[in-house]
Write a protein that binds this ligand. Structure first.
Ligand code: G6P
Length: 610
């Protein structure tokens, strides 16, 4: 997501920062900026778009020997110049860069506004600059002001602060967002990611949660937020640049699959109200009545997003008792779709740029329907053109085959379901609380599934040479079967079909023999007994059965060749868990077949053509 670089030493700071920011480009971002100290003041230079644009804007800047730089992936507020980092306080004495999310930023902003601070941006980060300014006016110490400010903050942060009144020090701190300090010879660097440092030094100090680093040209000292000193040995980095960019994983897709405990937390952060068993989403606040009173939802999407929409249909019809129609955006735009009074249209897109989805959005608006977005990329065209919406906060997805965005879309659909179901009184507060509780447990359950990667890799080894695969599921897990089949064909080029398990007997059963693996998504929900009969039907024809289930009863063990055990959860959340073994299975099969996992042939991450 966002990237951080800081420099203090004897060289041209601007050059070092821009070079570091270029190394962080692979993480995805939408604006970039630097703050540099020279001639007794801090200059901030920032721009939406690429680091190369920032580079041309800073080409003549040479005097600074200390500075901070940032690439921003928007979370609060559009990706424009004002919202880009660094941010400054009222006086311009402090500049700050920040990764993470300040959850209580809006109450802090209200407090600070009452104290006379004036805000320029829509970001949560700017609140920190003013909070530090406020504490500095009382303590006259940047370090102390940062420490006191951070004690007021809920949420996650990796920050670096510089000040024109103490221009020979950088203060960094972290909680939840990584930071490491590169130790040089009469110079020190700080970054969110080793790739920005490695061309300067391989000796690094990792900052831990709730720690502050005080970094000067010749010294680095670490403290906790209670001002107690911390001793830590430096580490020597041995890996290369490419390994770092992929977070030590072999491919971006595997990295993104493994990020899911974190991305689900990000999708839910600050949006669940435990006590009332309901959710809140800032982007929908003004349209809650319209959503609650809708007569029908129409969800438009393409590809993996369309599969997520299908899961949404099951969930919303089951809990909120609202009719939901799901349509391929490309079909919707070329039909004469019927939209009626009381319809609410949702468009769902990871990139926010898929042309068919955008055209469907425009068509729905022409027909007078309110159109809301469920989007990952902040400030993307779809996010801008919808009347309101929710961001899924999955961070940049680089692997072409969507993984973490899918589960984050499901998490957000569940948030919407919770909001609508509670407001329509189709579920009680107690039922709402039970859903909230289960949602909060998802990250740890995903971790458990990721821990079974070796077993899943062994299954991949056995079936990597198969020419066809069948994926079967029922109810809310039927779309998961579709998604499993899509993942496999996208990256391994094996033909795979997803089907509702009971429909199998109306066609695909003719294909089953000992060469055909059939993957069943069969958690122990209301359709479990029925799906066991479908598994019997495949076994009777010598098909190889792989089952993803949270049941381990004897019947299943007798029938399945392999069972991937997933933790139990409530039915409406089970797709968030059951899809993960399918992502891993296709990943390992594709790797074993020597395919280009991150950039499969003929596919694009963002399809901006018809
Ligand atoms: C492309 C991608 C898919 C994605 C689909 C929809 O086909 O390869 O992974 O699901 O577009 O993209 P969107 O960005 O609108 O979700």
């Amino acid at each position: 997501m966002c990237g951080i670089v800081g420099y203090i030493g004897n060289r041209n700071a601007c050059e070092v920062l821009v070079e570091g920011l270029k190394r962080l480009e692979y993480r995805g971002y939408d604006s970039a900026g630097v703050a540099l100290f020279a001639d007794s003041h801090i200059d901030v230079i920032k721009t939406p778009g690429k680091v190369s644009r920032l580079e041309s804007m800073t080409s003549g800047v040479q005097a600074a020997r200390i500075g901070i730089g940032h690439t921003r992936w928007a979370t609060h507020g559009e990706p424009n110049t004002v919202n880009a980092h660094p941010h400054t306080d009222c006086t311009g004495n402090f500049a700050i860069i920040h990764n993470g999310i300040i959850e209580n930023y809006s109450s802090l902003k209200t407090k600070l506004t009452l104290l006379g601070h004036s805000f320029r941006s829509q970001t949560d980060t700017e609140v920190l600059a003013h909070l530090i300014e406020e504490f500095y006016s009382k303590t006259r110490s940047t370090e102390m002001a940062v420490r006191l400010a951070l004690k007021e903050v809920n949420g996650t942060f990796g920050i670096v602060v510089m000040s024109s009144s103490e221009p020979d020090v950088l203060i960094a701190a972290r909680r939840g967002s990584p930071l490491l300090i590169g130790l040089g010879d009469s110079e020190n660097l700080i970054a969110s990611d080793a790739s920005a440092l490695i061309s300067h030094t391989r000796n690094v100090l990792y900052l831990h949660d709730n720690e502050i680093a005080i970094i000067t040209r010749d010294n680095v000292s670490l403290k906790n937020l209670d001002d107690e000193a911390i001793e830590r040995e430096a580490e020597h980095l041995t890996f290369d640049l490419e390994q770092i960019e992929k977070g030590g994983f072999d491919h971006f897709m595997l990295k993104e699959i493994n990020e899911q405990p974190e991305t689900i937390k990000n999708a839910l952060r600050g949006r669940l109200i435990d006590a009332d068993g309901i959710s809140k989403m800032g982007g929908l606040r003004d349209v809650e009545d319209k959503i609650t009173n809708a007569r029908r939802f129409v969800i438009l999407a393409c590809g993996t997003s369309w599969h997520a929409a299908l899961v949404g249909k099951y969930i919303l019809e089951q809990c909120a008792n609202i009719p939901v129609e799901v349509d391929y955006a490309s079909e919707f735009r070329y039909r004469n779709p019927v939209l009626m009074d009381g319809d609410v249209v949702w468009v769902m897109s990871q990139s926010g740029e898929t042309l068919d989805t955008l055209a469907a959005l425009r068509e729905a608006k022409v027909k007078g329907a309110p159109v809301y977005g469920i989007v990952n990329v902040v400030g993307s065209t779809i996010a801008r053109e919808t009347d309101a919406g929710v961001y899924i906060h999955a961070g940049p997805e680089i692997g072409v085959a969507s993984t973490k965005a899918f589960t984050s879309q499901l998490a957000v659909l569940n948030l919407i379901n919770l909001l609508v179901s509670r407001r329509r009184r189709t579920i009680s507060a107690e039922q709402g609380r039970a859903i909230v509780e289960e949602m909060e447990r998802l990250p740890e359950k995903i971790e458990q599934i990721l821990g079974q990667r070796d077993e899943i890799e062994a299954i991949a080894e056995e079936f990597k040479d198969s020419r066809n695969f069948l994926y079967l599921g029922r109810g809310v897990n039927f779309p998961v079967a579709l998604e499993g089949a899509l993942k496999l064909k996208e990256i391994s080029y094996i033909h795979a079909e997803g089907y509702p398990a009971a429909e199998m007997k109306h066609g695909p059963i003719a294909l089953i023999d000992e060469n055909m693996p059939a993957v069943f998504v069969a958690p122990g929900d209301s359709t479990y007994d029925k799906i066991l009969s479908n598994i019997q039907e495949v076994r009777a024809r010598k098909g190889n059965v792989i089952v993803i289930s949270n049941e381990a009863d004897g019947r299943l063990k007798d029938l399945a060749k392999y069972i991937v055990q997933i933790p139990k959860t409530i039915d409406i959340l089970s797709p968030i868990l059951s899809v993960i073994p399918l992502q891993l299975l296709s990943y390992y099969i594709a790797v074993k077949r020597g395919c280009n996992v991150d950039q499969p042939r003929n596919l694009a991450k963002s399809v901006t053509v018809e």
